[in-house]
Design a protein around this ligand. Structure first.
Ligand code: 26V
Length: 775
């Protein structure tokens, strides 16, 4: 590993950045609170192109490369989709020759490790740094002082207001750099910079220490270190805690300070800053980039408001990743003012000027005045700040962007229509296909050559083999081998024997009511009931695989995990059906286990309530690995259907529009579904039956959510359609050759979902930066 790092720095030495032709036109900085990077060694070996030679060398030393790879810790500095997308983007930016760097937080503890105890999720701290991390380089000389609290003194000097931030509490931000190596381009290494919080000076603590004030000395230190201590494990509910806001300002201020410092070193002045720098904010968590850049330009560079504002808006772009109202960030103004007094002043001024302009342009539209201001009723709305302070706003799938424009941000769309674009997500196909599925990758390369690795669109050439039964047989063999591998992992991990010939129906993602793992559970219960009542009523054998973490305080999601385990125990032990159905919950679903699961899946469950899942990216990873999707018309499922055609995907359920109409007109009554469907009625009663569940009414809240609270996520409404469509999928699977053809068809059409495509779109449309790798 040491050798590798030397190689990397060696490769850097070859580039003369002083030579303008080597200097990338523009630097892109991707600000994200989360980077779910997973393991890196395998990725490095593949990207540098030395996997085989390293494997051979290790063999001579009697070391198995796979075993070695397994030793690396999985860097889980993210919750789910948003964080993994950021990691895929870094890879594709490096591949395309964009000077694109990540900027985030070096959490001492990443996303908790999930341990299942008696069917319940428990959380264990993820001390991923405990044995050191070989890929990071600490850069203490590039540290930055971050200022919290204190007071702002305003002075009038020569008719100019000058702002002095005094009596602040300083925190030292120390960067750690992780190299992002480009695929097949050893000369291009980008940087992921993660910031760690440390007390500014040990002397300060020492002074307190020497006075005998030990407790105070230590508590100052831990208060500071708390900032980069832990990743918040909530991905859909903002607790509005001060520490989280501290984290947000921390990596924003540290990142911008170094960017500005570098830029000034190379260009002298900041006048053309936005021509040389793009700052992308991944959701609203880094939205403080807007007031912080304004602060630097005004307070430190002495620019006037107008010029600073133009530079800021021109440099910054924003991606929205969710429309769930409870995940849209808002903060109490008082909390803000106390923690970030100068930043709050700037936000107030941005808000004041925005309202002033609004009044001039839309003087008679009350609705606009109600919805768009940044500060309302004592709260700061971060999405509104992000909309107003950036030149580009994008959603992450076509449907999602439409919902943003027509509903969630419709008033902003009236004002800033020109800012809105759609940039459909992708996944890094070199990680989730080339690296994660070597058998399939070899088969593809044998069939169409290696070009798909650098141009995922070439996967379309696989269509040639649709009628080639020898090729389809080999595709089946590859899938079987991958299923066997997963069966072994499951047997070893939880002692459950699954049949690799059965249909693997896989539902892995964060556990959330809107993602409707419950709908899948109801399906499994129904199959179970039918099989018990009439053994011939269900054909085929099935393995239902679930996986995913629940936010620690999200009780409903935790009950769903328990429910899956109760049903799994019941089914797996039932002698009359255990040969036909199996249910497995994969503990601690993370990037590494995902890389084993996707290649082994037959059916990909993407069954969120239409309109709720912004895009989804697991759906794309499954598709690339030859799984067929059963899903609703939600997020990028819509575009997967567009790509493969409706014969090669199993779509069911209400559309986003229908759901909207039900909500608007209050026309949905979940009791009607209950009464209309005896099978459903039976399952629901089983949920609260002490005999059936063998517990004390533990799932009453789940039952109540469906009936007493009128089933907010339309689980019951979509149940019948889901069962019918699942039946169709099962029939297709039974007709193996047809299934294989569809599977190949999905792989062939998956190229468009590579982040290489997504990043090219960002580069052209948003960042206006050239890709050095030609289009
Ligand atoms: C939101 C919040 C809300 C407040 C507390 C902390 C916290 C942390 C993370 C988030 C982000 C949730 C948004 C998210 O992960 N969205 C997912 O983004 C994926 C990439 O665009 C997309 O595929 C998923 O559909 C979307 O749910």
């Amino acid at each position: 590993m040491v050798l590798l790092r030397e190689e990397i720095s060696l490769s850097r030495a070859f580039i003369n950045y002083a030579d303008p032709k080597n200097r990338p036109a523009k630097q892109v900085y991707y600000f994200s609170m989360e980077f779910l990077i997973g393991k890196l060694l395998h990725n490095y070996l593949i990207n540098i192109g030395i996997q085989d030679i390293v494997a051979e060398g290790l063999e001579e030393l009697n070391i198995d490369l796979q075993e070695l790879l397994a030793q690396e810790c999985d860097a889980g500095l993210g919750n789910g989709g948003l964080g993994r997308l950021a990691a895929c983007f870094l890879d594709s930016m490096a591949f395309l020759g964009i000077a694109g760097h990540g900027n985030g937080i070096r959490y001492k503890y990443g996303l908790f490790e999930q341990k299942i105890v008696n069917g319940y999720q428990t959380e264990v701290a993820d001390h991923w740094l405990k044995n050191g991390y070989p890929w990071e380089v600490r850069k203490p000389d590039k540290s930055v002082v971050i200022k919290y609290k204190g007071k702002v003194r305003v002075e009038n000097i020569n008719d100019r207001l000058v702002f002095h931030h005094e009596n602040y509490e300083p925190v030292l931000a120390v960067p750690y750099d992780i190299p992002i190596v480009s695929y097949e381009n050893p000369f291009l290494v980008n940087n992921l910079r993660l910031w760690s919080a440390e007390p500014l000076s040990s002397e300060l603590d020492l002074a307190l220490f020497n006075q005998g004030n030990f407790t105070q000395a230590l508590s100052n230190k831990s208060e500071v270190e708390a900032i980069s201590y832990i990743l918040y494990p909530e991905d859909s509910n903002l607790a509005g805690r001060e520490l989280r806001l501290k984290q947000e300002y921390f990596f924003v201020a540290a990142g911008l300070a170094t960017i500005v410092r570098n830029y000034k070193k190379n260009h002298g002045s900041l006048r053309d800053f936005s021509q040389g720098v793009s700052i992308h904010i991944n959701d609203t968590h880094p939205a403080l980039c807007i007031p912080e850049l304004m602060r630097i330009l005004i307070d430190e560079e002495g620019m006037d408001w107008e010029e600073s504002w133009n530079i800021t808006v021109d440099a910054i772009s924003y991606t929205n990743h969710t429309i769930m109202p409870e995940a849209l960030e808002k903060w109490p103004l008082d909390l803000f003012r106390n923690l970030l007094p100068r930043i709050t002043m700037i936000i107030e001024e941005i808000d004041r000027r925005f309202k002033e302009k609004l009044l001039r342009r839309f003087f008679n539209s009350e609705e606009l005045f109600r919805s768009t201001p940044i500060i309302k009723e004592g709260q700061i709305y971060m999405a509104n700040l992000a909309m107003i302070g950036s030149h580009s706003v994008n959603g992450v799938a076509k449907l999602h962007t439409e919902i943003l424009k027509k509903h969630v941000f419709k008033d902003f769309h009236r004002i800033f229509g020109y800012k809105f674009t759609n940039l459909t997500n992708g996944v890094n196909h070199r990680r989730f296909l080339l690296t994660a599925n070597p058998l399939l990758s070899e088969l593809i390369t044998e069939g169409i050559g290696p070009g798909w690795k650098t141009n995922a669109g070439e996967l379309a050439e696989l269509h040639r083999f649709k009628e080639d039964s020898a090729f389809l047989d080999r595709l089946a063999q590859v899938k079987y081998q991958n299923k066997l591998r997963l069966a072994e992992i499951i047997a070893k991990g939880q002692g459950i024997q699954i049949d690799p010939h059965s249909l693997y129906d896989v539902h892995v993602k964060r556990i959330h009511a809107y993602k409707r793992q419950l709908l899948n559970v109801l399906k499994v219960m129904d199959l179970y009931n039918r099989l018990l009542a009439d053994p011939g009523s269900v054909q085929g054998t099935y393995t239902f695989i679930f996986g995913g973490k629940a936010a620690p305080g999200y009780h409903y999601a935790k009950s769903i995990i328990k429910l899956i385990h109760v049903i799994a125990d019941k089914i797996n032990q039932e002698p009359r059906i255990k040969e036909q159905l199996k249910v497995v919950f994969m503990e601690n679903f993370n990037v590494s286990s995902a890389e084993r699961i996707y290649p082994a899946a037959d059916l990909s469950e993407q069954i969120s309530t239409a309109g709720k899942e912004a895009s989804g990216t697991g759906n794309m990873k499954f598709m690339m690995n030859g799984a067929l999707t059963i899903g609703t018309l939600d997020g990028a499922n819509v575009e997967i259907r567009e790509a493969v055609g409706e014969d090669h995907i199993f779509i069911f359920g209400l559309t986003a529009e229908e759901i909207l109409a039900h909500n608007l007109n209050r026309t949905y009554r979940s009791w009607d579904e209950y009464h209309a469907n005896p099978r459903l009625e039976n399952i629901l009663e089983q949920l609260i039956s002490k005999q059936f569940m063998e517990n004390d009414g533990e799932f009453r809240t789940v039952y109540d959510s469906l009936l007493l609270y009128n089933d907010e996520f339309f689980v019951l409404k979509d149940f019948a359609a889901y069962m019918k469509t699942f039946g169709e999928a099962a029939d297709r699977y039974a007709a193996q050759e047809q299934w294989l053809r569809s599977s190949l068809h999905n792989i062939a059409e998956s190229g468009v979902f590579s982040t290489d495509r997504t990043i090219r779109e960002y580069a052209h449309q948003v960042w206006r930066v050239r890709c050095r790798r030609m289009d």
